[in-house]
Design a protein around this ligand. Structure first.
Ligand SMILES: Cc1ncc(C[n+]2csc(CCOP(=O)(O)OP(=O)(O)O)c2C)c(N)n1
Ligand SMILES: [Mg+2]
Length: 629
């Protein structure tokens, strides 16, 4: 790899020279059907699992027979075929995925262990803490393997952590910890074999610190000037490959005269596999598949809506949808803070533990990132997951997992991530800056996510069931103010509303109000106050994908459009609709497209201030301007 790099024939390369025993020894010790989640230096995991070298080379060269169709580099891919789940660049988020994978094994009573790697540098990330804590609290059979190679890029360990040994942290999590010589292949192999065998029968996590050294730069371009020479001198004596070779010679497993032949065979194999990849044609960009592969294709379920309906509050319709989903999919797991016996902050899952058991209705520690990561792990290992945010505001703590892991996985390596994030959002309850946000725009601009925002009980149920059914990550907004303030007829049994379909709430001729969530109710209130105006109200219901056809149709019909959103004005979703209409419906418009949104401030707690903040305060005035233009 170093030669190829110098020849400019491959891109970035993170060398594992000096650390080979860890990747190879641990991969040999794990059963072939057990998941391994390696990091950027762990070539040995991939070769030990017998992935053809030509495919690895093709991956690094961005060729079609690699694992990501040229979309991601180096080891940033997963493969179910080889039970390897590769990292995203952010390092730490990888760890919680192992929790979810292990949980799926435990729930389906498979006696498997899961192995996840981290560098010592990434143990400073909060994700490390969250993942270990979850695994400990839930007794998950995960080996958290720290490759302590002395440096995180240029940062030596004394600038990375203060404790004497990283393995000492195991005590704090209430789990077993071991520290071993990571340069001794046999020690790695035997330790992992023993730990895995133990946890297969008696699920529990272990923290394993493997002491080693990085003999090259972080990646080749960054050099090693910051590493004192004496460290290289000392550690080169402990080279794991040379020492293992000597061991085999001493034990007479190998004969010296075999060595040249063995090495020549490997060299020839590597060269021929490399040529295969180089001879493969370059990828020809295909616009359609690039866009399409962001999501897994999903089919809207065929179903017969029941004629029997019941009047339900918005909140009860959500519970109904959840319950229905739990009945339909026995592999569906709900996770969230206080959702089990306590029933959740808003009591949406009250009674669920009695109905579905604690395995599937899981209280979690307070760790949004770790739990969303665990949800992804469940999805990788055959489950479906719903994560309840206690408040939508707290989703910022899980942002990397959503925007970088959930959202990008299908595009990167064609793995769907079947996770719904429930988001109790919105203002109107005097809850202040951190319990009131309508933060849909954080997600609508991230390709790979679907985003829905129901305004009525029936849609709340139908969109939730459709979100659960959909194999892609769906961010499901539910408005707290609507929970107990509105009721409506909701069909019993299975009920789905197609993602991406808007609804005309009322027809009109003079102007259109395009809105969603609580905005729909403001619009209805406005038109009720002005029965003499002929206003059309469109409830978007879904924001990603959104119903361009319905919105364009309404704009063409009325020629005047007001976009009403509860979110703050700047860069809100309404801006996207306005831009789209300006581009596609300009000639039909009789007035500028107007936006009515909340103030560009944080959300205040005091009722009078909150009322002033909310878009509703400016609805009359904005409509007047639109109608009089
Ligand atoms: C969240 C995040 N911050 C910073 C980086 C940049 N970065 C990539 S690898 C790395 C060092 C990682 O050190 P360590 O975890 O010890 O792994 P090693 O490279 O030594 O194997 C850094 C800082 C990143 N990829 N992600
Ligand atoms: Mg390191």
């Amino acid at each position: 790899m170093l030669i190829l790099l110098r020849q400019g024939r491959i891109g970035k390369w993170f060398s594992g020279i000096g650390q080979e025993a860890i990747a190879v020894g641990s991969a040999l010790a794990m059963n072939i059907d057990e998941y391994i989640l390696p990091m950027h230096r762990n070539l040995g995991v991939f070769t030990t699992r017998d992935i053809p070298l030509s495919r690895l080379m093709a991956q690094w060269q961005g060729k079609a027979s690699g694992f990501t169709k040229g979309r991601d580099r180096s080891f940033h891919f997963g493969t179910q075929e080889y039970k390897i789940i590769g990292m995203i660049s952010h390092l730490g988020p990888q760890l919680a995925l192992a929790d979810g994978i292990a949980l799926a094994d435990v729930l389906s009573k498979r006696k498997n262990a899961t192995l996840v790697f981290t560098g010592e540098g990434a143990t400073s990330e909060g994700d490390f803490h969250e993942a270990l804590n979850i695994a400990a609290v839930w007794n998950l059979p995960v080996i958290f393997l720290i490759e302590n190679n002395g440096y995180g890029l240029s940062t030596p360990i004394n600038e990375q952590y203060k404790c004497k040994n990283l393995v000492d942290k195991a005590i704090g999590y209430g789990m077993e910890g071991r520290q071993i010589d990571g340069n001794n292949l046999l020690e790695v192999y035997h330790t992992i074999s023993e730990l895995a065998a133990d946890m297969r029968n008696n699920p529990h996590p272990v923290l394993l610190e493997c002491m080693t050294f990085r003999m090259r730069g972080h990646e080749e371009a960054s050099g090693t000037k910051y590493v004192p020479q004496h460290l290289f001198d000392e550690w080169s004596k402990k080279d794991p490959v040379a020492n293992f070779e000597q061991f085999l010679l001493d034990e007479r497993v190998l004969r010296p005269e075999w060595l040249p032949r063995l090495k020549n065979e490997f060299t020839a194999l590597i060269e021929s596999e490399l040529e295969k990849a180089f001879n493969e044609p370059d990828i020809i960009p295909n616009l359609e598949s690039e866009v399409q592969d962001m999501y897994k294709l999903s089919n809207f379920p065929t179903f017969q809506p029941s004629n029997i309906t019941a009047t339900k509050r918005y909140i009860d319709a959500i519970s109904d949808g959840l319950r229905q989903g739990m009945r339909k999919y026995t592999n569906l797991v709900i996770m969230g803070q206080d959702i089990a016996e306590y029933g959740g902050a808003f009591k949406i899952t009250q009674g669920f533990v009695e109905g579905f058991g604690r395995d599937r209705v899981r209280n979690t520690p307070i760790c949004e990132s770790g739990i969303i990561g665990a949800a992804m792990g469940l999805a990788l290992n055959g489950y479906k997951a719903i994560v309840e945010m206690q408040f939508a505001d707290f989703v910022s703590c899980g942002f990397t997992q959503i925007a970088n892991n959930l959202a990008k996985t299908h595009y990167r390596w064609a793995q769907s991530v079947d996770v719904v994030i429930r988001m109790p959002a919105g203002a109107g309850t005097g809850a202040g800056p951190f319990h009131s946000q309508s933060n849909e725009a954080w997600f609508t601009k991230t390709p790979g996510l679907k985003v829905v925002y129901p305004a009525f009980p029936a849609d709340a149920k139908g969109l939730l069931m459709a979100a659960i059914d959909d194999p892609n990550p769906v961010i499901y907004f539910e408005h707290k103010y609507l929970y107990r303030s509105i009721s409506g007829d909701v069909p019993e049994g299975d009920y789905y509303v197609e993602l991406g379909e808007a609804k005309i709430i009322q027809e009109g001729k003079t102007a259109s109000i395009i809105t969603y969530g609580l905005g729909v109710h403001w619009a209805i209130e406005y038109t009720a106050k002005h029965p003499d105006f002929s206003i059309e109200i469109i409830d978007l219901r879904s924001l990603q994908p959104w119903d361009k056809e319905a919105v364009e149709g309404s704009a063409k019909k009325t020629g005047r459009v007001l976009i009403l959103q509860e979110d703050t004005l700047t860069s809100g979703f309404g801006g996207e609709i306005a831009a789209h209409l300006a581009e596609h419906c300009f000639k039909y418009l009789d007035a500028p497209i107007m936006r009515c949104a909340s103030l560009d401030t944080a959300i205040p707690m005091n009722k009078a201030l909150e009322d002033q903040f909310l878009a509703k305060a400016r609805l009359e005035e904005t409509m007047e301007r639109l109608l009089n233009y």
